[in-house]
Design a binder for this molecule. Structure first.
Ligand code: DCP
Ligand code: MG
Length: 405
């Protein structure tokens, strides 16, 4: 007999904040916000559940947050640390099912069809996963179990925080029926009012609408709404494909055109990209510079290289050329600077084939990577980057830029 599809959706609770609370238990049970100091420009990345009681939420400007909840504790945040926690989280999940699809840093789907006998039941399996994440990482997660991705995701959302909810086979429609349409993934500021205008507030009502009506109001998404509201979702759990690009960017506290500062930041971001590239044993042929100007206009400029590279120096110099030529045509100050690489290939290292300059750069990068892995990213710095010391706060895994990235 064919097994009925069982899918687990798991999502960590208040992820960035929870990582901070594990590191500093004094923060537990308090209104805590990760995203930056309230006097800085920026928005909340994560608010603890205690802070959410005051109306604080992800995406809210920090200044608004501190007005609504003056006693909140504001933390700068450090994405490197959250990435490390994320990797450990995904590694735990991978022990339970190879059919694993991570989404973002703190969320994943697992196809566990046919895994009942291994664990007694899928419910027991999910409790074990939750417990293991708690024991090994100190983080609490919420889990939904259902016959499709969409229903599992809605179930985990409903179970938050620290919950576990299984929607039995055949009960999908009755589970969804009373819920607000805003619980459906993709229904937000745009679609919600359109549905409300049609008199549709619950998923149950949505499920009874003729698909043609939904299509005429919401375009192609109307069809998805029809299927999702009826608990139908044939999307498979897809293990990730290899990354197509690597990039790092930062928003400045104050807009700037200061050449030496922009160069120092570009150097830092290039080294971040280069070190990730080498960690993945990849090389690149395309470097992209990204700039956002004071008026929020955002541009990207690409440069294709003749041969594959993975050195910080080449990424930086290519980015610098793009930066200089772009700024020479533009008078505005810069709000955001980013650098990325794409057209990635696996690096088959053939040192003897490299010319001596490439070989020298490769040895240098390897030595730097080694020291940084051991003593932290800022333990060794290049001349151009040193100016950043005066500008950004620093911790063991690198400079804390204005916005976690
Ligand atoms: N995030 C962010 N900016 C946003 C939303 C999220 O930087 N606008 C980051 C911070 C979150 C992480 O992504 O910690 C995960 O996002 P979630 O939507 O899963 O939110 P949380 O894990 O913080 O809370 P929840 O308990 O609701 O899942
Ligand atoms: Mg989460």
């Amino acid at each position: 007999m064919a097994n009925c599809v069982r899918i687990i959706h798991i999502d960590l609770d208040a992820f960035f904040v929870s990582v901070e609370q594990v590191e500093n238990p004094e923060l537990k049970g308090k209104p805590v916000v990760v995203g930056g100091r309230p006097e800085r420009r920026g928005v909340i990345a994560t608010a603890s559940y205690e802070a959410r009681r005051y109306g604080l939420h992800a995406g809210m400007p920090l200044a608004t947050a501190s007005r609504l909840c003056p006693q909140a504790i504001f933390i700068e945040g450090n994405l490197t640390k959250y990435r490390q926690a994320s990797q450990k989280f995904i590694a735990i999940l991978a022990d339970f099912s190879p059919f694993l699809e991570p989404v973002g840093l703190d969320e994943a789907y697992l196809d566990v069809t046919g895994f009942e006998s291994l664990h007694g039941s899928i419910f027991k399996m999910a409790s074990t996963i939750k417990q293991q994440v708690k024991d090994e990482l100190g983080l609490s997660a919420s889990v939904g179990i259902a016959s499709s991705k969409v229903v599992a995701k809605i179930a985990s959302e409903l179970a938050k925080p620290d919950g576990l909810l299984e929607v039995a086979l055949g009960k999908e429609r009755s589970f969804l029926k009373p819920l607000s349409v805003s619980k459906l993934p993709g229904v937000g500021k745009k679609t919600d009012p359109k549905l409300k205008n049609l008199g549709i507030d619950t998923i149950g009502k949505l499920s009874l609408m003729p698909p043609d009506v939904l299509k005429s109001r919401c375009g192609a998404f109307g069809e998805v709404l029809h299927r999702f509201s009826n608990g139908i979702d044939n999307r498979k759990v897809e293990p990730p494909r290899e990354a197509k690009s690597i990039s790092r960017e930062t928003t400045f506290a104050e807009n700037t055109r200061q050449q030496s500062f922009l160069e120092a930041t570009l150097r830092y971001l290039s080294e971040r990209v280069g070190s990730e590239l080498r960690q993945q044993s990849k090389q690149t042929r395309c470097v992209t510079l990204k700039l956002r100007y004071a008026d929020f206009n955002t541009i990207t400029r690409h440069h294709s290289l003749k041969k594959e590279i993975n050195s910080d120096q080449t990424i930086f110099l290519t980015g610098l050329k793009l930066l200089k030529s772009t700024l020479s045509q533009q008078k505005q100050t810069v709000r955001l600077l980013g650098i990325g690489v794409s057209s990635l290939t696996k690096s088959g290292r053939q040192l003897h084939m490299l010319d001596s300059e490439s070989a020298r750069l490769e040895r240098l990068d390897r030595a730097i990577d080694h020291i940084r892995n051991k003593y932290g990213f800022t333990s060794i710095q290049t001349g151009r980057m040193l100016r950043l010391k005066d500008i950004f706060l620093e911790n063991e895994s690198g400079y804390m830029l204005g916005v976690p990235n």
